[in-house]
Design a protein around this ligand. Structure first.
Ligand SMILES: Nc1nc2c(c(=O)[nH]1)N[C@H]1C(S)=C(S)[C@@H](COP(=O)(O)O)O[C@H]1N2
Ligand SMILES: [Mo]
Length: 407
């Protein structure tokens, strides 16, 4: 479109002009150290390298954000959200992807930051207001991305000391900040990326060789991290999971433990004195272990899938949750169930079971694992186990079940 020279300058245009008007440069004598021209002679850095790393990171961050958001919604479901009970291992896949893409992003982000590092010292530091805003946006993006990767790795490693905040909330809110800053960054840089990746753009041979070597190295690092950790959730690779904090077969009854009975303060639970209370429309029902064992028993092969990325298969048997709901006069097809633990405190002492899981025949109040009574660390005398649910919702040491009818 050709604008007539006498056409009036519109307000948005005036704003753009004002934002991109050159600001006075700082005095040249401040241009010292890394700010001097030619401070970064490395010829291996190129727009193409940065763009390719950026593309890989955008894919990894995109998957990581999507699967992370899903996990958050499953744990804190808003009214509109619905999560099915089948396929039973779906959450195992999505959460495995979340942790794997997050871990693989570590070398990708490292290489990406190296590739743009000299730009930290561009001169003049700020050319215009628009340029200042862009640089501030990048600062937010870098800080938020580093925060996400570092806090995620610390959480997987159970090292909470360096995190003076509740991990889950911090990781969740900063995820939005990261994605917002990332979208702005992609929007601004898209033309540059498109140019850099266009075929036929000449590239000096040594630059190309360096770029390929670097990409191969970063790819190998990401592959190695994946290979040595993914076995925590992909059983056939469990032998390779030397860097995974949890091996899927290490623990009592061949299953890892998240919180022990001692840590939860329930190690002294006496099976003979145990009573399960089921509260429903027909009033409260009390069941001891003999009564629970006298009910129809069912077996379900279901994984425990911890949000931290490990998962392990178990063969659980016990009473169907749907049968307990019926016993208390509820309708398992419509009922939501609140499950409460003997544990006195702790963030995971209760969980809510939505209707799709309540009515699922493989959702059990499990009394046995692999045919033996539950080990205290796995929830003796009774624990919830349901298909396609995060580990944090698989409440151990269940004491009380409250049936709530859905509208
Ligand atoms: N009451 C109670 N139940 C709980 C927890 C807890 O801290 N308290 N931890 C949960 C978490 S985070 C996971 S991953 C699973 C692990 O089950 P496991 O220890 O039997 O493998 O239990 C869940 N059930
Ligand atoms: Mo967990």
């Amino acid at each position: 479109m050709v604008r007539h020279p006498d056409a009036p300058v519109t307000a948005p245009r005036r704003l753009v002009r004002w934002l991109s008007a050159p600001l006075p440069a700082p005095p040249e004598r401040l241009r010292r150290g890394p700010l001097r021209p030619g401070s970064f002679p490395s010829g291996s850095r190129s727009a193409r390298l940065t763009s390719q790393l950026g593309l890989a990171l955008a894919v990894a961050f995109g998957i990581c954000f999507g699967t992370g958001l899903l996990s958050h919604l499953i744990q804190h479901p808003p009214g509109w959200f619905w999560w099915p009970a089948r396929p039973v291992g779906l959450y195992r896949v999505t959460q495995g992807l979340h942790v794997a893409t997050g871990l693989a992003s570590v070398p990708l982000l490292g290489a990406k930051l190296w590739s743009v590092f000299p730009r930290l010292f561009t001169w003049p530091p700020v050319r215009s207001i628009a340029h200042a805003a862009e640089r501030a946006g990048i600062a937010v993006l870098v800080a938020a991305s580093l925060f996400q990767l570092v806090s995620g790795v610390l959480n997987v490693a159970h090292w909470y000391a360096p995190m003076p905040f509740f991990f889950t909330s911090g990781h969740y809110w900063v995820a939005w900040l990261t994605v917002g800053a990332l979208l702005v960054h992609v929007g601004v840089q898209l033309p540059v990326v498109r140019d850099a990746l266009r075929r036929g753009v000449p590239e000096l041979r040594p630059v190309r060789a360096d770029r390929r070597r670097l990409l191969a190295g970063v790819g190998a690092a990401a592959g190695l991290i994946t290979l040595t950790t993914i076995g925590q959730t992909v059983r056939p690779l469990s032998g390779l999971a030397v860097f995974a904090p949890r091996r899927p077969t290490t623990g009592p009854q061949g299953l890892p433990v998240n919180k022990t009975a001692v840590a939860a303060g329930v190690a002294a639970t006496d099976g003979d004195a145990y009573r399960l209370t089921v509260i429903g429309p027909a009033g409260p029902v009390e069941l001891d272990l003999a009564a629970l064992n006298a009910m129809p028993q069912h077996t379900a092969d279901l994984p425990i899938t911890c949000v931290e990325g490990w998962s392990a298969d178990g063969s659980w048997s016990g009473v169907r949750l749907a049968d307990l709901v019926r016993l208390a006069g509820g309708d398992p097809h419509r009922a939501t169930v609140l499950v409460e633990s003997l544990e006195r405190g702790g963030r995971y002492r209760t969980s809510t079971v939505a209707a799709p899981h309540t009515r699922d025949p493989s959702t059990l109040l499990a009394l046995r694992l692999h045919g033996e009574p539950l080990h205290p660390d796995h929830g003796y005398p009774a624990r919830l186990i349901a298909p396609n649910r995060p580990g944090v919702l698989q409440t151990k040491w269940v004491a009380r079940i409250t049936v709530r009818e859905e509208a």
